[in-house]
Design a protein around this ligand. Structure first.
Ligand code: HEC
Ligand code: HEC
Length: 244
């Protein structure tokens, strides 16, 4: 595993665009070895930007540059996902101990860089968001009602993300959904848990009411999670004995 990963490294970095790497402008022979690169921008652009976007915005994956996200998540959680990957999503594991190519120190440099550049004082404007991690049991029925009342008006129509589709849900974990519902994705117009978009170009949340409670968030995530694999329930025509 280890030697293969090391041989793969120059190829991956080449694909990510050598022009952005430190050393590209240095005299031949003085370029730092990949594991010696400690500059946040170099590490971020080579490893994260393709999915999370330049400056942590407008990528296919969640906007790490959202100050509300940075305020919601602690360092240990960031390290856990970056090191080990996020199960149930396309987020890869980066730590060498998990088959990735970054040292623990480089992961620390990425976390420190995100904190330095992407946090804002009072990111929640004095409000208290629901907790990052689910801390109570969820209720599918109430979650479905809450989804209809609070989310469906914006998520109707073919131009919108079909968040209730199996295809979408198969690529996004419960925690990833929870994170997006609480912190929002200001780069694409998803409101935070207060359901205020804040972007003039985006549809107004209109008449969908007060901020989501922690229980609302948990129930909506539980409901969406229950849709993730409906085939397992509905496409089982034969009575199968429940032994595993
Ligand atoms: C192949 C695409 C890809 C790459 C490369 C990638 N990520 Fe991710 N990452 C994702 C996806 C997908 C998620 C799940 C959230 C979502 O669906 O947007 C995610 C989730 C995360 C989360 C957890 C979000 C939460 O819910 O708390 C963190 C932190 C994160 N990525 C940081 C990074 C960092 C730092 C790098 C570079 C070292 C990186 N990612 C590289 C795709 C990627
Ligand atoms: C004010 C309108 C609005 C409301 C209300 C709203 N959304 Fe969204 N949501 C958006 C927009 C705009 C996007 C960007 C993608 C698109 O156009 O569908 C989005 C995207 C998403 C995404 C995808 C994020 C990604 O990274 O791909 C998820 C998941 C999501 N919304 C879930 C929800 C849930 C759950 C609710 C209810 C709690 C909700 N949304 C309420 C407007 C809204």
């Amino acid at each position: 595993m280890r030697p293969a990963a090391m041989f793969a490294l120059p190829l991956v970095l080449a694909m990510a665009g050598c022009g952005r790497l430190p050393g590209a402008t240095a005299a031949a022979g003085t370029a730092p070895r990949p594991e010696e690169v400690m500059d946040f921008h170099a590490l971020y652009s080579a490893n994260c930007q393709a999915c999370h976007g330049a400056s942590g915005q407008n990528g296919p994956a969640m906007d790490l540059g959202n100050p509300e996200y940075q305020a919601l998540v602690d360092d240990a959680t960031l390290r856990k996902w970056i090191s080990g990957g996020m199960p149930g999503t396309e987020m890869p594991a980066f730590a060498q101990s998990a088959g990735g190519m970054l040292t623990d120190a480089q992961i620390g440099a990425i976390i420190a860089g995100m904190r330095r550049e992407w946090t804002k004082p009072n990111a929640f404007g004095g409000a208290t968001p629901p907790p990052y991690a689910q801390d109570q049991a969820g209720d599918v029925t109430h979650g479905q009602q809450a989804y209809q009342a609070r989310c469906a008006s914006c998520h109707q129509g073919p131009s919108r993300q079909q968040v209730t589709s199996t295809a979408y849900l198969s690529l996004v974990s419960d925690q990833a959904l929870r994170t997006i519902i609480i912190a929002g994705r200001p780069d694409i117009g998803q409101p935070d848990w207060r359901l205020q978009s804040g972007l003039a170009s985006q549809p107004s949340a209109g008449n969908i009411g007060s901020p989501l409670s922690a229980q609302d968030v948990t129930d909506i995530v539980t409901y969406l999670g229950s849709l993730r694999n409906p085939a397992a329930v509905s496409a089982a025509p034969l009575p199968v004995s429940p032994r595993r």
